[in-house]
Design a protein around this ligand. Sequence first.
Ligand code: GLY
Length: 342
Amino acid sequence: MLDRKSFLQSSLLGLAGISFPLKWKSLSPKTVWQNQPLVVSTWDAGIEANKGAWKILGNGGRALDAVEAGVMVTESSQNCCVGLGANPDRDGFVTLDASIMDEHFNCGSVAFLERIKHPISVARRVMEKTPHVMLVGAGAQQFAVAEGFPLEEQKLSPDAEKNYNEWQKEHKYRPIVNIENSKSHGPHDNIFDLSGHFNHDTIGMVALDARGNLSGSCTTSGMGFKMRGRVGDSPIIGAGLFVDNEVGAVTATGQGEDVIRVCGAHSVIEYMRQGLAPEEACRKAVERIARIKGEGAKQIQVAFLALSKEGEHGAYAIQKGFSYALHDQNDEKLVASKSYFS
Ligand code: GLY
């Protein structure tokens, strides 16, 4: 005869076994969160961005403030990949996308925004000062200016200028997979890099603060030499970014079209809700994209980065070469991600 406690345990296990047998098995050892803030962000540029976030997180600040301040560092960096100095679209214009989400499902985003230095801060204003989630193009710019953001002159970084001039020689419209000569992996040959250039375009950041609340941000110039008006996954809540304060926070990088197709970040959160650890949840979403793309998966890069409510983090990419930056009170480092193709 089962006592009440054993009955409840066996019923719960039975339920889990029937509904989610594989997921149950994939549960990672439970990390117990101990009021320790933590921030993770995509690619090598995340190291500097995390420092910006840590100034807030390390002083007991809110994750939302940290993820905004963190990616602003990258937006200011005048590199060829994020912010106003980034690779332009095929007509020579830099167009920016960004999104932000807090612990209460509040979210805001901007897309196809031109001549504004900090799209992430405009996204936050959309979240906090309008009844809307997303503003795009001229409307987003008009809102930014009304909010006091200066209208900047477009000035490509020297790298972006060089990349664009080289791209114009052929004018070949073929999206290039995101790559990076990552410090964590060393320089690598990448068959997808048609121009031989550093070509990642996005920073996504997710953080957990000392109160145990999660937030996330994502900002990008999008795919280099894209069609004018093209918008990727980064400003789409549920694709490039999603936060559920009961479960975790997820961001994506890589070819946005394929992230949008599967509502990538939201899918990862749902896998985590079912019990998967962050890396496993990211792997499942990547495998789903790879299955959908078939042979085409070899031509793209997509990576997901996830942080759980308990502070467990993990990532998974289609191609090798993706890494993410971690900052907590003990450590500041790059973590190499596993990948679908080795
Ligand atoms: N992941 C960035 C983009 O596709 O625009």
